[in-house]
Design a protein around this ligand. Structure first.
Ligand code: ATP
Ligand code: MG
Length: 581
């Protein structure tokens, strides 16, 4: 009784904590962010921190329900971990320094000056949890998940909920006794994710991804990417293969280099600073030039300056570089860094290079190439590996782009798409369990580290991604499973007694049938109310007017699609089929 009364009051718009806006705030620059603000779903508290209003909390509640259902079908169990993590567990895993180097974590002290971080992710906390709890292979596998806030001091929070400093994440952690179990847990999570995203009716691609700082040597890693123009990630897709461009292996177009080597020659290149300048000055195809970028690598206890060469027309992918050097962080070297090690900006080259020099595979076939002479205002031409300088270590450091050959499909070429990363699944083995001492006894009684995987969904980001894929010039079009209400109900004229009585009666009927209905009981113009209804984006609206009173025909308008006209006795089956979740 109390429950239904509570529900009744919540679903009357005059009682709801609700407001819509003509304009979005000036910092909202993508459609989904504008719409969520205009329709009163979120409000910014600070840069990268948002409040979810009751409307939004209903949407999030439904999404959490879908996530819980699909996770639990695959055997995952819900837990709740603290958000403040003691420094010790992050030091044990070696990530205290890595996250500190990137300035991504919020560091906090308590009254006794004990150090903590606000959890950006929870691998360490889970490894700590299972230590001494899971002691035998008989207790494995297990899978634990939570839906809580994460904290990351993002350098560029933007696009509303897409990139926040505090955001809601579903994170799950698999715990396995052997690689077969670990792979099986991965498959189960992949299946759960597919079901979750399918229920949201969104277009997404599963791409091979970099495992980032969480990864270890045994990692397998895929991202779920919602395709959208505004996506921050570049995806490269070829037939059934799809990669985040951070990870996409690269074969770049061939170039016919000369068949005979010429003698090296130094030439004066005054004021030639960029690769474009050099190309024009030397009147040479850009493929004959080596472009060199200098990076600063951060390791646990040291920093290193590395010069990286790549064919003149291509760009370096810093993630590939980070992985090659197993660095904690990679940033572009600044002018002061170059000076310190004797590098001459604009004139750097592999011949007598004063720092470690590595090169992308695109440099390997080069013959008679042009590069900096490590001397101001001079370059070399006709440079050849082994003849004029030591052959460097070559690896794939290249940023793959649209049109590049895909190494996995004969003659296949990458097509570029934009994506919003809404989920990430990966297995990484024993990295955290070993570090935190989470061991179990195997069948032979031998201690072994538990093998782990972690599986994230950005709950807020995913909700906004649904809007980014589903809106029109009137407002949001929520996927049915997460719409805040199924139906928007009002009367043409709430001041008219007959209409009001009829709409109140229908409201009660819908409530009794357990339909989630937002009853706009405001005494406003119909046009004003319909505008709000379309902006907020419920799947159906029902408007009671004179024609309903005269003919007892109900007009039901889907948010998208043709009007449906029902007689009163057709309403029950319509409710069952379309309005109940
Ligand atoms: P990104 O590459 O976008 O920074 P990530 O790879 O660092 O994300 P994960 O550690 O894989 O993120 O986190 C799991 C999920 O959490 C991501 O797939 C994404 O959906 C979400 N997420 C990550 N960072 C943010 C953020 N700053 N704001 C909102 N959601 C986020
Ligand atoms: Mg990720």
């Amino acid at each position: 009784m109390i429950n239904s009364l509570k529900k009744t009051t919540n679903m009357r718009l005059t009682n709801l904590f609700f407001k819509t806006f003509k304009e979005a705030p000036s910092d909202a620059d993508v459609p989904s962010h504008k719409l969520l603000e205009k329709a009163g779903f979120i409000k910014r508290l600070a840069r990268g921190h948002y409040t979810y209003t009751p409307l939004m909390w209903r949407v999030i509640g439904k999404l959490k329900k879908i996530i819980r259902e699909e996770m639990e079908k695959e055997g995952s169990q819900e837990i709740f971990l603290p958000q403040l993590h003691p420094k010790e567990i992050w030091e044990a895993s070696g990530r205290w320094d890595a996250y500190k180097a990137e300035k991504l974590t919020y560091l906090v002290q308590d009254r006794d000056e004990n150090e903590y971080c606000l959890g950006p992710t929870h691998e360490e906390a889970v490894a700590h949890l299972v230590k001494n709890w899971i002691t035998s292979y008989k207790q494995l596998p297990k899978n634990l998940y939570q839906i809580t806030n994460k904290f990351r001091d993002e350098i560029r929070p933007r696009f509303g909920l897409m990139r926040c400093k505090e955001f809601l994440m579903k994170d799950a952690y698999s715990l396995s006794a052997n690689t077969q179990q670990m792979d099986n847990e991965y498959k189960k999570m992949r299946r759960a994710y597919q079901k979750i995203f399918d229920r949201l009716e969104i277009d997404y691609v599963i791409v091979q991804a970099d495992a980032g700082k969480i990864g270890g040597s045994q990692s397998q890693s895929e991202e779920f990417q919602v395709t959208a123009e505004i996506g921050e990630d570049t995806l490269l897709v070829c037939d059934d293969f799809a990669f985040n461009s951070e990870k996409a292996p690269c074969i770049i177009s061939k170039f016919e280099y000369p068949s005979t080597q010429e003698p090296i020659e130094k030439f004066e290149t005054p004021n030639v600073r960029t690769i474009e300048d050099l190309k024009n000055f030397a009147k040479s195809p850009i493929e004959m030039l080596i472009k060199i970028i200098v990076y600063k690598l951060t390791h646990k206890d040291s920093e290193e300056i590395v010069a990286v060469g790549i064919r003149g027309d291509r760009e370096i992918n810093p993630i590939k570089l980070t992985n090659h050097f197993k660095a904690l962080d990679v940033t572009l070297a600044e002018e002061a860094d170059l000076k310190k090690v004797g590098l001459k900006k604009g004139f750097i080259g592999p011949v007598n290079c004063p720092v470690n020099f590595v090169a992308d595979n695109s440099c390997k076939p080069m013959v008679n190439f042009i590069c900096g002479a490590n001397e101001i205002d001079f370059h070399f031409k006709n440079v050849n590996w082994k003849t004029d300088c030591e052959e460097p270590i070559f690896d794939d450091f290249c940023q793959a782009i649209d049109g590049d050959l895909c190494p996995l499909v004969p003659e296949g070429r990458y097509k570029e798409k934009r994506g919003i990363e809404v989920g990430h699944i990966f297995s990484f083995g024993d990295k955290y369990s070993k570090a935190l001492g989470a061991f179990f006894q195997n069948e032979d009684g031998k201690p072994q580290p538990i093998l782990m995987g972690s599986f994230g969904i950005g709950v807020g980001r995913l909700t906004q991604a649904c809007v980014e894929q589903n809106y029109d010039d009137k407002g949001i079009i929520w996927p049915k499973e997460i719409a805040p209400y199924s139906v928007f109900l009002t009367a043409v004229n709430m001041k008219d007694e007959d209409q009001r009585a009829a709409v109140e009666a229908l409201y009660q009927k819908l409530l009794n049938s357990k339909v989630e209905v937002l009853f706009d009981d405001r005494k406003e113009r119909l046009g004003f109310k319909l505008k709000d209804s379309d902006l907020v984006g419920m799947p159906y609206k029902i408007i009671i007017g004179k024609s309903y009173l005269a003919e007892k025909k109900l007009e039901i308008e889907p948010r998208v699609g043709e009007k449906i006209i029902l007689s009163e006795d057709e309403l029950d089956s319509f409710i069952k089929e379309h309005l109940l979740s």
